[in-house]
Design a binder for this molecule. Structure first.
Ligand code: ACO
Length: 324
């Protein structure tokens, strides 16, 4: 018995924010953003468009691709750090909108690693008796972005990606998942205000503590190291070599991070799915959005060997090996 991805879907809001638009908002340039990050543009949710709205669109597309009805689902997991509300869980709103009347629903918080963490939960649920799990990574990063901070506001975007994971006989499916965290590095990326440590207040708003603060340079170095380490661990656990991979689908944070990882692993760029130029860093949505694009473009086919790799706030890092 394996947990197999039987359908993927994604959704990006219609509004596009280009680097030229950002030049009018903060002291930055299209050239700096492209050279330092690889990002050209990102999608931004419209007024009133929340995390669950994006998630429902991506989830609907994934269900259609899997040929399933929402009522077939046993559970919906939404990986997000920008849910509609602190409570209820965004997954419950998605469950209602989809009409998934038989499904349980809950959220999972692991920042940019959220989708891979949720995939590992889905894998375990399927191996212990569930038949169909909908995993969605959905983020409205624009809601927690400080649009006056050039260090962070050029990086993030909004979007959602989804995958249906179903019980399946045979060799195809999730081969392994690998999860790590180091809370000692919790200060590298954080939204310091608005939670129980520092509840919402005028001070929190005035000091923009409800927005992402990041030590970009330190994060960069840890990202390269952890992505390389976990990729090697994942290959070794499956007795595979880098040459065996058909596609590496990494978290889309910064093309320079990914180029450094490719170089260290000896992975050619043709075997790496990159779409961050068009979406920026969409946190938990980035891997499932890239996965869906790769599937629909024919870069992932039946039998393809696909490795996922993520890192993010926590710090957390994670990977998965999948025989498609
Ligand atoms: N435009 C122009 N200049 C800028 C901008 C900007 N948008 N942002 C920063 N700079 C300046 C800095 O002020 C600094 O100037 P100084 O030398 O005069 O002080 C200079 O550019 C270099 O800054 P660095 O931080 O050293 O630049 P770096 O090459 O490290 O790139 C970046 C910054 C893009 C943030 C990079 O460090 C990065 O991508 N880090 C990883 C971020 C990440 O992936 N986070 C992960 C997950 S997020 C999550 O989990 C939710």
């Amino acid at each position: 018995m394996k947990a197999r991805i039987t359908g993927t879907g994604s959704y990006a809001p219609t509004r596009v924010l280009t680097n030229a638009d950002l030049e009018r908002m903060v002291a930055t340039s299209d050239e700096w953003i492209r050279e330092r990050t690889g990002i050209r543009e990102r999608h931004i949710a419209g007024a009133g468009e929340a995390c669950s709205d994006l998630a429902v669109q991506a989830g609907t597309r994934a269900l259609a691709a899997a040929g399933l009805a929402a009522t077939d689902l046993d559970i919906i997991l939404v990986a997000t750090c920008t849910g509609d509300y602190p409570l209820p869980a965004t997954a419950c709103l998605v469950q209602h909108q989809l009409g998934a009347t038989k499904a349980a629903a809950c959220d999972l918080s692991a920042a940019c690693c959220g989708f891979v963490y949720a995939l590992s939960v889905a894998d375990a649920y399927v191996k212990t008796g569930m038949r169909h799990v909908l995993v969605i990574g959905s983020e409205v990063m624009s809601a927690i972005t400080d649009w006056t901070d050039r260090n962070t506001c050029v990086l993030f975007g909004d979007g959602a990606g989804a995958a249906v994971i179903s019980a399946s006989e045979g060799e195809q499916g999730i081969l392994s998942t690998h999860l790590r965290s180091d809370g000692n590095l919790c200060g590298l990326i954080a939204v310091p205000g608005g939670g129980s440590r520092t509840p919402p207040s005028e001070k929190v708003i005035a000091e923009r503590m409800h927005c992402i603060k990041m030590k970009g340079h330190e994060t960069f170095k840890v990202a390269v190291r952890t992505l390389e380490e976990i990729a090697r661990e994942t290959l070794a656990a499956n007795h595979l070599r880098v040459e065996d991979l058909d596609l590496y689908v990494p978290h889309q944070a910064n093309v320079r991070i990914l180029k450094a990882v490719m170089e260290r692993l000896g992975l050619p760029i043709e075997k790496v799915m990159l779409n961050l130029d068009r979406y920026g860093n969409t946190s938990a949505a980035s891997i499932p959005m890239a996965l869906d694009e790769a599937v629909r473009a024919g870069r992932i086919k039946d039998g393809s060997l696909v490795m996922l790799g993520a890192f993010g706030a926590g710090l957390t890092w994670a990977s998965a090996m999948i025989r498609w």
